[in-house]
Design a protein around this ligand. Sequence first.
Ligand code: AMP
Length: 284
Amino acid sequence: MNVVSTIKEVQAQVKAWRQAGYSIGLVPTMGYLHEGHQSLMAAAKKDNQKVIVTIFVNPIQFGPSEDLASYPRDLNRDKIACEQMGVDLIFCPTVNEMYDANFNSYVDVNDLTDALCGKRRPGHFKGVCTVVTKLFNITQPDRAYFGQKDAQQLAVIKRMVNDLNFDIEIVGCPIVREADGLAKSSRNSYLSESERSASVCLYQAIERAKAMIKQGEKSVTIITKVMHELITNQPLAKIDYIEFVDLTSLKSVDMLEQDSLCALAVYIGKTRLIDNFIYQHSGR
Ligand code: AMP
């Protein structure tokens, strides 16, 4: 496995692979890798002859009061996680390598970014789309892998790839969870022991909502009320949002009469956790 930090080194490797006729799968990450990231690597490995993992804590997707400085980092541990999965190349650039002093071009997807996390984190998806575009241009992948865990991000990237005609297949991968249901996340490392116990309330609320839906409940107001109550009962939890939106447009829905995404963001202490599930109206 090769580990490089300059764009030129990646481009040289990608050119050689392209000349040899290899297909390339890309897994963009911010590092502090866990089994969620590794599931993306496994999917990339299955579909492609070469797999590139990028590890970059992208400063332009963090708001001024967010956790850029404290975001967990451990490159040595990440190298082992990638090696285990048979990754061919890690690209871990510095901030200066990605954004030189004159950097001034951004990619901004409208509309889909007005809802959910986009509404609460202004500029976040502009930062995500810009860095993902740069990583696509640098690594020239056939396919790129993103987690359903960040459902809005996946929808926004798909829209961007379609709108800007990137010749790249975007592959969404299921959420990987801890044994008690908490979605795996690098940010889970922020949680104290009591916060870790409390954090299971997100998954419990999801399971409760799914059970209500299974029993025939269609009213978003009624379902979200129960989810709110369940989470609010947990003293360490503070709800940022719980919303049902149309799966494609991400516009709010009142009744479950179309494929929908239920997404939630909850602070456990100071740590903001997100989770979601998809309701398929056809019942598939
Ligand atoms: P991050 O390093 O948090 O930016 O995540 C990098 C990629 O891994 C994104 O596409 C995430 O959606 C995906 N990912 C993060 N956590 C999980 C998880 N628990 N299950 C599946 N994919 C995940």
